[in-house]
Design a protein around this ligand. Structure first.
Ligand code: UD1
Ligand code: PEP
Length: 429
């Protein structure tokens, strides 16, 4: 097993290119099932999650061809023939979003059997909204021994669906299925995350008829078939936000490129409030901070987009561990997303968690210690804390981190961080 070792106390100076968004790429990959023509995705991140999903798509008979390196990374998906519509537990359990192949398989072939999903253990994470919406589109659904079997013998048909609350996964899942349904589908209380806009725009490029993109009401006029084409994956706002916080934590000056400042406005507004200098640029932001001056404790509450992203909560908590004063962090999206708090405490942070609220009492210094990544975004929060912790911080179970951060050590060490990956480490936990 790998671990990442960070030696704290080095300022960051330089440039970090933002990769394509994991949470868009994996939905766009699932959309490739909807057409028998090739779909080329550019600005593709190479991550454990895109690899898992590539394996799953191959299981259905999709040809997946990766080419290029760095900013030229792209992948061609050719789902000319779907040879299987079975998604086994072993391939779905690794990543929650792989469940979202169910709708596209059903829309394209009329049947599918998909294992219930895995993903980060940050809450119960049921899929009831997904299944209710597919049922409204005319799917017959059965649950048996951890598998969902769905059929639509007469094809899917449009419906008006009002989600009881906002769900990113259920919105994009239903959106994909509805593109090939007969008639009109209206999705109310739809999620508006930028990755959904990216998916919807790609589907429109493929011939789908969708109105209301980026709003909470999507109107989809079903078509009989979609075409292929080429699409560039939107920048990863969570990766971008994580490096913005890393620069703020370590101090120095970092320019984030190939990104979009507007996508992380909720985060940078709070960073500015805390005393970090953030300057938007044409393709990202410049983050500056004098490490000699303590940041001011700042409160956050996670919300649906355009609010503060739950996927940036752990990173912001790490930043607040050394701020002056007490910051209150409310987690409103997932019921169990503070598992990084006890790990940050090993580094000397003072954090009290009660239900959905964490009180972070800023301390002057953190000290290095062995810590364990508990989920994807928690793992990067530990790396961020390690950037200022005195001595060495070793982060175990980095397979969580590898799900969503491409070449993290390379990107941070190019800016002066002392960080390395060690292979073959024995995890005693
Ligand atoms: C791969 C991907 O894009 N993952 C993102 C996606 O996850 P994901 O799509 O799983 O998140 P959702 O927006 O669906 O979840 C929001 C809340 O709704 C609940 N829920 C969801 C569906 C359902 O059928 N029933 C139900 O109760 C969830 O347990 C959670 O408490 O959006 C989250 C919220 O921005 C992000 O943290 C994840 O990084
Ligand atoms: C929680 C995340 O991923 P998943 O929904 O796949 O678990 C994430 O990207 O932060």
């Amino acid at each position: 097993m790998d671990r990442i070792v960070v030696t704290g106390g080095h300022k960051l100076h330089g440039e970090i290119p933002v990769s394509g968004a994991k949470n868009s790429a994996i939905k766009l990959m699932a959309a490739s099932i909807l057409t028998d023509q090739p779909l080329r995705l550019t600005n593709m991140p190479r991550l454990a999650d895109t690899k898992f999903l590539g394996q799953l798509l191959r299981q259905f008979g999709v040809t997946v061809t990766e080419t290029g390196q760095g900013v030229d990374q792209e992948t061609l998906f050719d789902a000319r023939e779907i040879t299987s519509t079975f998604a086994p537990y072993d391939l779905v359990r690794q990543m929650r979003a792989s469940f979202n192949v169910l709708g596209p398989l059903l829309a394209r072939t009329g049947h599918a059997k998909v294992s219930l999903p895995g993903g980060c253990t940050i809450g119960a994470r049921p899929v009831d909204l997904h299944l209710d919406a597919l049922t409204r589109l005319g799917a017959l659904i059965e649950l048996d021994e951890g598998y969902v079997s769905a059929t639509a013998p007469k094809g899917l048909r449009g419906a008006e669906i009002e989600f009881p609350f906002v769900s990113v996964g259920a919105t994009e899942h239903t959106l994909m299925a509805a593109t090939l349904a007969q008639g009109t589908t209206v999705l109310k209380r739809a999620a508006r995350e930028p990755e959904i806009g990216d998916l919807a725009r790609c589907l429109v490029m493929m011939g789908a008829r969708i109105e209301g993109i980026d709003t909470d009401t999507l109107v989809i006029e079903g078509v009989t078939s979609l075409t292929g084409g080429e699409w560039s994956v939107i920048p990863d706002r969570i990766e971008m936000g994580s490096y913005a916080v890393a620069a703020a934590m370590a101090g120095g000056e970092v320019r984030l490129t190939r990104g979009r400042a507007d996508l992380i406005a909720a985060l940078t507004d709070r960073m500015v409030e805390a005393g970090v200098e953030v300057t938007p640029t044409d393709d990202g932001v410049i983050v500056r901070r004098d490490p000699g001056v303590r940041l001011k404790a700042t409160d956050i509450a996670t919300e649906i987009y355009p609010g503060f992203a739950t996927d940036l909560q752990a990173q912001f908590m790490a930043l607040m561990t050394t701020a002056d004063g007490t910051s209150i962090i409310h987690e409103n999206i997932f019921e169990n997303r503070f598992m990084h708090a006890p790990e940050l405490a090993r580094l000397g942070a003072d954090i009290a968690v009660h239900a959905g609220e964490a009180r972070v009492n800023g301390v002057e210094f953190l000290h290095g210690a062995p810590v364990m990544a508990t989920d994807l975004r928690a793992s990067v929060s530990l790396v961020i804390a390690g950037l200022v912790a005195e001595g060495e911080t070793s982060v175990g179970r980095v397979y969580h981190l590898d799900r969503g951060f491409e070449r993290l050590e390379e990107k941070l060490s190019a800016c002066g961080a002392q960080i390395e990956r060690q292979h073959g480490y024995h995890d005693e936990h």
